[in-house]
Write a protein that binds this ligand. Sequence first.
Ligand SMILES: O=P(O)(O)OC[C@H]1O[C@H](O)[C@H](O)[C@@H](O)[C@@H]1O
Length: 463
Amino acid sequence: MIKFGTDGWRAVISKDYTFDNVKIVAQAIADYIKEIDDKRPVLVGYDTRFMSEEYARLCAGVLVANGIKTYLTKKPTPTPVVSFSVKNMNLAGAIMITASHNPPQWNGIKFKGDYGGSALPSIIAEIEKHLYKNEVKFVEPENSNLFSYIDPDKEYFEHIEKLVDLNLIAKSRPFAIIDPMHGAGVGYVKTLLEKYGIKHIQIRDERNPYFGGVNPEPIYKNLGKLIDAVVQNNADIGLATDGDADRVGAVDEKGEFIDSHRIYALLLRHLVEVKGLKGGVVKTFSTTNMVPILANKYGLKIYETPIGFKYICELFLKEDILIGGEESGGIGIKNHIPERDGILCSLLLLEIMAYYQKPISQILDELFKEIGYHYYDRVDLHLPNEIKEKTLKIISQNTEFAGRKIKDIQTLDGYKYIFEDGSWILFRASGTEPVLRVYTEQFTKDEVKRLLDEAVKFIEKMK
Ligand SMILES: O=P(O)(O)OC[C@H]1O[C@H](O)[C@H](O)[C@@H](O)[C@@H]1O
């Protein structure tokens, strides 16, 4: 049974992610587009996963068989480039073949709306309604005059050059290690650094459907190679993007991981204090308290949403939003698309270093001195569904946890305990992977570790 999750449909290759099911989803998307009577073309893009180009071709074949003019990217292309192209080329939408950061055996389909961002919950509901309704139509795309290949990179790069001061970065002469984690981001940050003569080394840039044995998610446990490369080469920063390059992760000049919360806080401060921009600030339920602290300081309106960039995207479309981001490393910025962009965020981190002319660890330390030290980590626990449900039920009734009094339990998405000092721990079932996530933000590293250890012990007892 095909079911859309936090972001589109994801499934294990061969098990449920089969040619037939990919075509069924593509047919539902084609039916949705025909129903809203959108005569504009659709773009299909894909990442570097196993056979992604073939699944993309199948989707293109279904779209043209349904009379929809279709473009297919010539090579693996990041999600933000696909989303940007939808808006830039005034298309009806895009299909992106990707399972983003999931393990190698997964693939997926994301749908992007004509505004250039994640399909809103209402669009997903419409597409889901069309699943299995009509018989799948298919023609070999190359045989249809509605079909053509495109390379949308040039226009994307031109746009990014307007958003980032690459000349300022070049003048500050940084040395960056770029890590696309074998994903669709290969060559993107690199192209711009090369153009401006900025010193860099790109690692993990060959196609490897196994992603070298780690998931292409730019979090600490998967960035060992980047950390080593930064330290061995005495680089100033390491910049990683996930499997489809909409997320960002970073490593400082000492080889310390900089998580998404810290990146978000740095970007928010930079956009307001240095670039002089204003607008609403959006964070998901699992994102750092540093964001509201900064937003309050600048007098900016703060919005909190459930997990999923689609909720942030919705706000970008309705309100004047400066920045929206999430724990998973997806951050979107004003004057671009209502979409996360790991390439843009990587370049903005270089711009921040160039502006302050200081090591990134020092810039971060100064920020912490201003708004308080914040530490964060997450564990993902593989649990059978019954245990997951049982755990969440018991979690919802606790009044104390790990010897600390719970001041409030918030339930926007999962169960979040707010402790008396404002720090928190969140228990939530993932919508993209069969795991229970436990996230916490505390004022010391030790307390983060202690709480996560306690959470694991607590959940172990449910088994
Ligand atoms: O925690 P999950 O439900 O697995 O979601 C984690 C992430 O999955 C996808 O990448 C979504 O696009 C993100 O918006 C979300 O943050």
